[in-house]
Ligand binder design. Structure first.
Ligand code: ADP
Ligand code: MG
Length: 232
Protein backbone atom coordinates (compact mmCIF):
# COMPACT_ATOMS: atom_id res chain seq x y z
CA UNK A 1 0.00 0.00 0.00
CA UNK A 2 1.00 3.66 -0.56
CA UNK A 3 2.10 5.81 2.38
CA UNK A 4 -0.38 8.68 2.96
CA UNK A 5 0.98 12.26 2.87
CA UNK A 6 2.30 13.43 6.24
CA UNK A 7 2.55 9.95 7.78
CA UNK A 8 5.79 10.24 9.75
CA UNK A 9 8.60 10.40 10.54
CA UNK A 10 8.20 9.61 14.24
CA UNK A 11 9.57 12.14 16.78
CA UNK A 12 12.34 11.02 19.14
CA UNK A 13 10.71 9.56 22.26
CA UNK A 14 12.12 7.85 25.35
CA UNK A 15 11.75 4.10 25.92
CA UNK A 16 9.18 2.89 28.45
CA UNK A 17 5.62 4.02 29.06
CA UNK A 18 4.71 7.31 27.39
CA UNK A 19 2.30 9.87 28.79
CA UNK A 20 -0.97 10.47 26.95
CA UNK A 21 0.51 13.69 25.55
CA UNK A 22 3.63 11.92 24.24
CA UNK A 23 1.56 9.16 22.67
CA UNK A 24 -0.63 11.80 20.99
CA UNK A 25 2.48 13.58 19.64
CA UNK A 26 3.49 10.32 18.02
CA UNK A 27 0.01 9.95 16.48
CA UNK A 28 -0.04 13.58 15.32
CA UNK A 29 3.31 13.06 13.56
CA UNK A 30 1.48 10.49 11.40
CA UNK A 31 -1.33 12.93 10.58
CA UNK A 32 -3.87 11.43 13.00
CA UNK A 33 -6.06 14.16 14.56
CA UNK A 34 -5.68 14.50 18.35
CA UNK A 35 -7.26 16.84 20.90
CA UNK A 36 -5.83 20.33 21.32
CA UNK A 37 -4.32 20.34 24.79
CA UNK A 38 -1.93 22.10 27.14
CA UNK A 39 -0.08 21.05 30.27
CA UNK A 40 -1.02 22.88 33.50
CA UNK A 41 0.89 22.62 36.77
CA UNK A 42 -1.34 25.09 38.67
CA UNK A 43 -4.97 26.27 38.68
CA UNK A 44 -3.83 29.55 37.11
CA UNK A 45 -2.10 27.72 34.25
CA UNK A 46 -5.18 25.52 33.79
CA UNK A 47 -7.41 28.59 33.44
CA UNK A 48 -5.06 30.22 30.93
CA UNK A 49 -4.97 26.95 28.96
CA UNK A 50 -8.76 26.66 28.99
CA UNK A 51 -9.20 30.24 27.75
CA UNK A 52 -6.87 29.46 24.84
CA UNK A 53 -8.61 26.16 24.03
CA UNK A 54 -12.17 27.35 24.69
CA UNK A 55 -14.75 26.02 27.17
CA UNK A 56 -16.06 23.40 27.74
CA UNK A 57 -12.79 21.60 28.50
CA UNK A 58 -11.58 18.28 29.87
CA UNK A 59 -9.08 18.07 32.75
CA UNK A 60 -6.90 15.00 33.30
CA UNK A 61 -4.21 14.09 35.82
CA UNK A 62 -1.00 12.89 34.17
CA UNK A 63 1.26 10.03 35.26
CA UNK A 64 2.93 7.48 33.04
CA UNK A 65 2.47 5.00 35.92
CA UNK A 66 -1.36 5.09 35.60
CA UNK A 67 -3.21 2.81 33.17
CA UNK A 68 -6.92 3.58 33.75
CA UNK A 69 -7.27 7.25 34.63
CA UNK A 70 -11.04 7.47 34.99
CA UNK A 71 -11.14 4.62 37.55
CA UNK A 72 -8.88 6.78 39.75
CA UNK A 73 -10.79 10.07 39.47
CA UNK A 74 -8.25 11.56 37.04
CA UNK A 75 -10.65 12.52 34.22
CA UNK A 76 -13.17 15.35 34.47
CA UNK A 77 -15.30 16.03 31.39
CA UNK A 78 -17.46 18.97 30.21
CA UNK A 79 -16.01 21.63 32.53
CA UNK A 80 -18.03 24.63 31.39
CA UNK A 81 -16.39 27.59 33.13
CA UNK A 82 -13.44 28.75 35.25
CA UNK A 83 -15.16 27.93 38.54
CA UNK A 84 -15.88 24.35 37.48
CA UNK A 85 -12.31 23.98 36.20
CA UNK A 86 -10.77 25.36 39.42
CA UNK A 87 -12.85 22.99 41.58
CA UNK A 88 -11.98 20.02 39.36
CA UNK A 89 -8.28 20.94 39.40
CA UNK A 90 -8.09 20.67 43.20
CA UNK A 91 -9.82 17.29 43.13
CA UNK A 92 -7.80 15.86 40.24
CA UNK A 93 -4.50 17.05 41.76
CA UNK A 94 -5.36 15.29 45.04
CA UNK A 95 -6.50 12.12 43.23
CA UNK A 96 -3.24 12.15 41.22
CA UNK A 97 -1.04 12.39 44.34
CA UNK A 98 -3.02 9.46 45.84
CA UNK A 99 -2.91 7.36 42.65
CA UNK A 100 0.74 7.88 41.73
CA UNK A 101 2.72 9.15 44.73
CA UNK A 102 6.01 10.64 43.56
CA UNK A 103 5.09 9.96 39.93
CA UNK A 104 2.57 12.76 39.31
CA UNK A 105 3.29 14.82 36.18
CA UNK A 106 0.76 17.61 36.57
CA UNK A 107 -2.50 18.07 34.74
CA UNK A 108 -3.54 18.56 31.14
CA UNK A 109 -6.41 20.69 29.83
CA UNK A 110 -7.99 19.39 26.61
CA UNK A 111 -10.68 20.44 24.21
CA UNK A 112 -13.94 18.57 24.87
CA UNK A 113 -14.59 16.49 21.76
CA UNK A 114 -18.11 15.45 20.76
CA UNK A 115 -19.18 12.72 18.39
CA UNK A 116 -21.54 9.95 17.47
CA UNK A 117 -19.46 6.87 18.32
CA UNK A 118 -16.21 5.65 19.86
CA UNK A 119 -13.71 3.14 18.50
CA UNK A 120 -10.63 1.48 19.94
CA UNK A 121 -7.52 1.38 17.71
CA UNK A 122 -4.33 -0.44 18.63
CA UNK A 123 -0.90 -1.25 17.28
CA UNK A 124 1.77 -3.68 18.35
CA UNK A 125 4.78 -5.61 17.10
CA UNK A 126 4.23 -9.34 17.11
CA UNK A 127 7.52 -11.30 17.39
CA UNK A 128 6.26 -13.78 14.77
CA UNK A 129 4.02 -11.69 12.50
CA UNK A 130 5.66 -8.26 12.77
CA UNK A 131 3.76 -4.95 12.94
CA UNK A 132 0.01 -5.35 13.51
CA UNK A 133 -2.95 -3.03 13.97
CA UNK A 134 -6.23 -3.64 15.77
CA UNK A 135 -9.65 -2.00 15.76
CA UNK A 136 -12.61 -2.64 17.99
CA UNK A 137 -15.66 -1.31 19.77
CA UNK A 138 -14.41 1.58 21.87
CA UNK A 139 -14.71 3.01 25.36
CA UNK A 140 -15.46 0.60 28.17
CA UNK A 141 -17.05 -1.77 25.64
CA UNK A 142 -13.63 -2.92 24.41
CA UNK A 143 -13.08 -5.16 27.44
CA UNK A 144 -16.61 -6.58 27.47
CA UNK A 145 -17.56 -7.19 23.86
CA UNK A 146 -14.40 -8.87 22.54
CA UNK A 147 -15.28 -7.14 19.29
CA UNK A 148 -11.72 -6.66 18.03
CA UNK A 149 -10.12 -7.42 14.65
CA UNK A 150 -6.44 -7.47 13.76
CA UNK A 151 -4.42 -7.11 10.53
CA UNK A 152 -0.75 -6.87 9.51
CA UNK A 153 0.64 -3.34 8.94
CA UNK A 154 0.82 -1.34 6.75
CA UNK A 155 -2.79 -1.41 5.56
CA UNK A 156 -4.39 -0.01 2.41
CA UNK A 157 -7.48 2.18 2.79
CA UNK A 158 -9.59 -0.72 1.46
CA UNK A 159 -8.08 -3.11 4.06
CA UNK A 160 -8.78 -0.60 6.84
CA UNK A 161 -12.40 -0.12 5.73
CA UNK A 162 -12.94 -3.88 5.52
CA UNK A 163 -11.46 -4.38 8.98
CA UNK A 164 -13.83 -1.83 10.54
CA UNK A 165 -16.82 -3.06 8.51
CA UNK A 166 -16.14 -6.53 9.88
CA UNK A 167 -16.69 -5.44 13.48
CA UNK A 168 -19.98 -6.38 15.14
CA UNK A 169 -20.33 -2.71 16.10
CA UNK A 170 -20.15 -1.62 12.40
CA UNK A 171 -23.94 -1.23 11.92
CA UNK A 172 -24.02 1.04 14.98
CA UNK A 173 -21.21 3.15 13.48
CA UNK A 174 -23.12 3.46 10.21
CA UNK A 175 -26.23 4.66 12.08
CA UNK A 176 -29.11 2.65 13.51
CA UNK A 177 -32.85 3.42 13.37
CA UNK A 178 -32.62 7.02 12.31
CA UNK A 179 -29.54 7.76 14.41
CA UNK A 180 -26.97 9.65 12.35
CA UNK A 181 -24.08 7.67 10.94
CA UNK A 182 -20.51 8.39 12.07
CA UNK A 183 -17.39 9.09 10.02
CA UNK A 184 -16.22 5.51 9.39
CA UNK A 185 -14.09 6.78 6.50
CA UNK A 186 -12.11 9.05 8.88
CA UNK A 187 -11.66 6.11 11.27
CA UNK A 188 -10.33 3.98 8.39
CA UNK A 189 -7.88 6.74 7.46
CA UNK A 190 -6.67 6.98 11.08
CA UNK A 191 -6.15 3.19 11.06
CA UNK A 192 -4.10 3.39 7.83
CA UNK A 193 -1.91 6.12 9.36
CA UNK A 194 -1.52 4.12 12.58
CA UNK A 195 -0.47 1.12 10.49
CA UNK A 196 2.40 3.17 8.99
CA UNK A 197 3.44 4.23 12.48
CA UNK A 198 3.53 0.55 13.52
CA UNK A 199 5.47 -0.41 10.38
CA UNK A 200 8.04 2.37 10.95
CA UNK A 201 8.57 1.72 14.67
CA UNK A 202 8.86 -2.04 14.15
CA UNK A 203 10.14 -3.91 17.23
CA UNK A 204 10.47 -0.60 19.15
CA UNK A 205 6.67 -0.60 19.50
CA UNK A 206 5.56 -2.73 22.44
CA UNK A 207 2.00 -1.47 22.25
CA UNK A 208 -0.03 1.60 21.43
CA UNK A 209 -3.72 1.96 22.31
CA UNK A 210 -6.07 4.68 21.16
CA UNK A 211 -9.14 4.44 23.38
CA UNK A 212 -11.21 6.10 22.27
CA UNK A 213 -11.10 7.58 18.81
CA UNK A 214 -14.27 9.70 18.75
CA UNK A 215 -16.11 9.57 15.42
CA UNK A 216 -18.12 12.63 14.47
CA UNK A 217 -21.03 12.57 12.01
CA UNK A 218 -20.19 11.30 8.51
CA UNK A 219 -17.89 13.75 6.74
CA UNK A 220 -16.94 15.55 9.99
CA UNK A 221 -13.83 13.54 10.90
CA UNK A 222 -12.58 11.63 13.92
CA UNK A 223 -10.31 12.62 16.81
CA UNK A 224 -8.12 10.79 19.33
CA UNK A 225 -9.07 11.79 22.90
CA UNK A 226 -6.97 9.20 24.78
CA UNK A 227 -3.83 7.27 23.86
CA UNK A 228 -1.25 5.13 25.64
CA UNK A 229 1.97 3.68 24.33
CA UNK A 230 4.99 1.69 25.47
CA UNK A 231 8.24 1.71 23.50
CA UNK A 232 11.47 -0.19 23.96
P1 ADP B 1 -8.95 6.30 30.74
O1 ADP B 1 -7.50 6.33 31.09
O2 ADP B 1 -9.80 5.96 31.90
O3 ADP B 1 -9.21 5.45 29.53
P2 ADP B 1 -9.79 8.57 29.06
O4 ADP B 1 -8.85 9.67 28.80
O5 ADP B 1 -10.05 7.60 27.95
O6 ADP B 1 -9.32 7.82 30.40
O7 ADP B 1 -11.18 9.21 29.52
C1 ADP B 1 -12.30 8.40 29.83
C2 ADP B 1 -13.45 8.68 28.87
O8 ADP B 1 -13.77 10.05 28.88
C3 ADP B 1 -13.13 8.36 27.41
O9 ADP B 1 -13.39 7.01 27.11
C4 ADP B 1 -14.03 9.31 26.65
O10 ADP B 1 -15.35 8.77 26.54
C5 ADP B 1 -14.09 10.52 27.57
N1 ADP B 1 -13.09 11.54 27.17
C6 ADP B 1 -11.80 11.61 27.55
N2 ADP B 1 -11.19 12.68 27.03
C7 ADP B 1 -12.10 13.33 26.30
C8 ADP B 1 -12.10 14.54 25.50
N3 ADP B 1 -10.99 15.29 25.37
N4 ADP B 1 -13.26 14.89 24.89
C9 ADP B 1 -14.37 14.15 25.03
N5 ADP B 1 -14.46 13.03 25.76
C10 ADP B 1 -13.33 12.61 26.39
MG1 MG C 1 -9.26 5.78 27.54
Amino acid sequence: PARPDGAGPAPALPPGALTEGEAKRLLAAYGIPVTRERAAATVEEAIIAARAIGFPVVLKGVSRAVVHKSDLGLVRLKLRDEAALAAAFTEVAAALEAAAPGQAEGCVVQEMARGEAELFLGATHDPQFGPMVLAGAGGVLVEFLHDVRMAPAPLSAADARALIEGLRVAPVLRGLRGRPGSDVEAAAEALVRLSWLAADLGPRLVELDVNPLILRAAGQGAIVVDARATLT
